[in-house]
Design a binder for this molecule. Sequence first.
Ligand code: ADP
Length: 363
Amino acid sequence: MAAVKLKAVRKVYSNGHVGVEGASFDIADGELLVLVGPSGCGKSTLLRLIAGLEEATAGSIHIGDVDVTHLEPRDRDIAMVFQSYALYPHMTVRENLGFGLKLRGHTEAEVASRVQEAADRLELGSMLDRLPKQLSGGQRQRVALGRALVRQPKVFLLDEPLSNLDAKLRSAMRTEIARLHRSLQTTMVYVTHDQVEAMTLGQRIVVLDRGIVQQIDTPMAIYERPVNLFVAGFLGNPAMNFFRGSLSGAASDHSVLRGEDGAELAVPSGLPTGRSLVVGIRPEDLQRVDGASPPGNIRLSALVDLIETVGNESFIHASVGAWRIIVRSSPYDLPPLGSTISLQVLPERLHFFDAESGERIAA
Ligand code: ADP
């Protein structure tokens, strides 16, 4: 087990493309850290840099007390699990699990006992004599995990390990990985583009965009206080509603955000007026109301144009002038299409961002 430290890590590919820029963060010993972001944001590059499959152009990487920046992958004491499983097709599960250990010169007894332990842990005991082609996708991924496990590395690196599985199996395996981490207490770095996987698995999450770390924190801290528009729009499904406009002071107790089409949203006063800004409201923070709402709450009316129901909840798509919004709602009390609904939101649930820079503005 070991902590991992990245200092000002930069990766420029040979074609001049910058894959990662200025990445500096620490992964605590025993932590499960998730790297998340859209395709092409640099998460695999970052993981491969830690693994040693790519060499950093600048900066340094430490695993434990060792500066591994220029070490070969085999000298870093890490084990990696890939999306593609990368199993040897002509070897049995047992051979696949033990092969890496044999190469490293472990005794046969040691190999056998570690293989058995991994097989027990991952419930692969009855499959040890099968070939990969005789396994389901989920079982193959468990073998890939097992192969990392037998190595007893200081750090596990997992690159989109569940992407090839169907939705149901993916969530089952997600739970299995969380349990595995809890029992092993080994440092894990997990790459995914899937925000649900990131939120549920990560003790902390690193959100990346265009090669640059945007925010590092616990899932809920990021969800509650995204540092910029990119992070606000990336985490959360349905995504946060954005109201873009310019702010003017209207009354003593509130200001008015005016959209391009003249639509208005009352917001608490205190923000600098005359500037372009984006107000963000999560779909679950918009509540339908019939009568009056407590003083201080923000009120708005919206025209319903579409409703999606997914069993336990519904998403009401509506418009407030030219602003398009989604409201999370119970499926048992839905408004008719074309009707106007009244909504309220607690002022402390509003997020404010500078429209130009995208940075969060403190309310
Ligand atoms: P992600 O894992 O987030 O999808 P990657 O880390 O694979 O993203 O890639 C980050 C960026 O670097 C992408 O724009 C990708 O096209 C580019 N890239 C990745 N590998 C190479 C390479 N070997 N040469 C040049 N550019 C690369």
